[in-house]
Design a protein. Sequence first.
Length: 153
Amino acid sequence: MKTTSRLLFFLLAVVSLVSCKNQLHVVTLYVDTDQIQLSNTDQHANFGQPLGISNTDFTTHVRKGDRVIWQGVSISNPADQVKITSINYVSGERLFQRISLSGKRGGDEMVTGAIKMRPGKFEAYLKEKYSINFTLSNKAGTFNIDPVIKAYR
């Protein structure tokens, strides 16, 4: 049921934004829920990026008005839930209106946000370092990864 409602939400978001000039960016965190520990998060969680790009260098490219959805998926056991609990500003320009974005309490396993800032006429882009906090249904503790988001004109 949760998977169906998540898929329905995702499809409705895509359909509603296709007709707009703003884009929807889905950032999926892939987690090996069997192997991950708090001490080895970067080795067992990634964004599906090419080899040679670390999690801290993984970058999402956006424009003002774009929406971003962060979601988590277990790659080792489909029954394990990866719940994105919050997106938190770390450094750089603040591209979102709030310093911290969070999901609904007890609701979806994803977090959404809209880009509020864009570069001025003398800047090529604005860059924000942020932290993704997530929990797992089969492990205790809160894990985090610190990727990058860049906003262009």
